[in-house]
Design a protein around this ligand. Structure first.
Ligand SMILES: NC(=O)C1=CN([C@@H]2O[C@H](COP(=O)(O)OP(=O)(O)OC[C@H]3O[C@@H](n4cnc5c(N)ncnc54)[C@H](O)[C@@H]3O)[C@@H](O)[C@H]2O)C=CC1
Ligand SMILES: O=C(CO)COP(=O)(O)O
Length: 331
């Protein structure tokens, strides 16, 4: 039986623990907060981040990172993106260099604008790194409803091996070698989802949301290709698949944040009422800086960054987007 350690017991880490159990793995689940590990052990339920879903009692919760690292022949990193560096640095001295690390976080690092694979290369050097990304709301995956995602690793055999380890009937994984494309799709869709939510919350209509999703995909594609991704990855599960889910599904934290902003609620009030992470806020800042440096036009991401990180007025930002000059659709 393969031993898998999931690092991060938020909604997604918990769902991945369930998926790995269904795939027949021995699973350890590390929680940053000892209280979460305790509730997982006592109730076989993640009452903090994924309430109401009974978990496989064979999942082994722990708050001891060294123990979790030693218990896994595969590590799945499911912390929020902004915490991945610190956790990976703590893992460095306690894991073997041969242990593959699968990045399940979706985001760019604030400040450096680095992809999670670049963060990992610095914090856990020399490790085979893979990326798991796709349209996967945690609650549905935890319940065992069917879902599919991209499992990308530069090494084809490594990707295929991880698909075998983590994939199952209800959690269908598709191997890819496009580590960059899978990460950019997964990270930037959160930013576009905030914009899609704003469109819905402001009552701008279904046409506007479809336009926003499509033009959002265009700007994700421009950045991804500029960073060396394959264009076709962006029409796959980690691109169009996740973008569609997150820009329409009411289980999305990013989309519902946008809806609330569009309805006129203040960002601080929405965030104060949430325990869970809304990745698009951080990634909006990071991706806007990255796009500026790379000379890639990303007006939707820049608009979201202006609203959520720089207090720009919503209606002015929407007006500025609508006033942009007409251009060829292929640009
Ligand atoms: N929830 C979902 O449906 C999916 C989430 N993801 C991605 O997975 C990542 C984790 O998201 P969720 O599990 O949903 O988060 P969550 O909001 O459910 O939980 C947040 C997690 O962060 C942990 N945390 C808080 N402070 C920390 C710190 N200083 N160091 C380390 N960990 C800390 C909390 O203990 C908790 O485990 C995100 O990048 C998200 O985009 C990816 C696919 C699906
Ligand atoms: O990544 C996700 C689904 O694939 C979860 O999206 P949210 O973080 O917006 O809830």
């Amino acid at each position: 039986m393969e031993r898998v350690s999931i690092i991060g017991a938020g909604a997604w880490g918990t769902a991945l623990a369930q998926a790995a159990r269904r795939a027949g793995c021995e699973v350890t689940l590390w929680a940053h907060n000892p209280e979460v590990a305790e509730t997982l052990a006592v109730h076989q339920e993640n009452r903090h981040y994924l309430p109401g879903i009974p978990l496989d009692p064979a999942i082994r919760p722990t708050a001891d990172l060294t123990h979790a690292a030693e218990a896994g022949d595969v590590l799945v990193l499911a912390t929020p993106a902004q915490h991945l560096r610190t956790i990976a640095e703590r893992l460095h001295p306690v894991t073997g260099a041969e242990v593959p690390a699968v990045i399940a976080a979706k985001g760019l690092e604030r400040g450096s604008s680095a992809l999670m694979s670049a963060v990992l290369a610095e914090a856990l050097p020399g490790r085979p790194a893979a990326v798991l990304s796709g349209p996967t709301f945690a609650g549905e995956v935890a319940r065992g409803l069917p879902a599919a995602a991209t499992l990308a690793a530069e090494d084809t055999e490594g990707a295929a091996a991880l698909v075998e380890t983590l994939g199952s009937r209800a959690f269908r994984l598709y191997a890819s070698t496009d580590v960059v494309g899978a990460q950019i799709g997964g990270a930037v869709k959160n930013v576009v989802a905030i914009a899609a939510g704003i469109v819905a919350g402001r009552g701008l209509g279904e046409n506007a949301r479809a336009a926003l999703i499509t033009r959002g995909l265009a700007e994700i594609g421009r950045l991804a290709v500029a960073r060396g991704a394959h264009a076709e990855t962006l029409s796959g599960l980690s691109g169009l698949g996740d973008l569609t889910l997150t820009c329409t599904g009411i289980a999305s934290r990013n989309y519902t944040l946008g809806v609330a902003l569009g309805e006129g609620h203040a960002l601080a009030d929405v965030l104060a009422a949430r325990r869970s992470v809304t990745e698009g806020i951080h990634t909006a800042k990071a991706v806007t800086a990255l796009a500026e440096r790379a000379g890639v036009d990303m007006p939707i991401a820049a608009g979201v960054d202006a609203v959520v990180n720089h207090d720009a007025a919503l209606d002015d930002t929407i007006d500025a987007l609508l006033a942009r000059p007409f251009r060829s659709e292929s640009r």
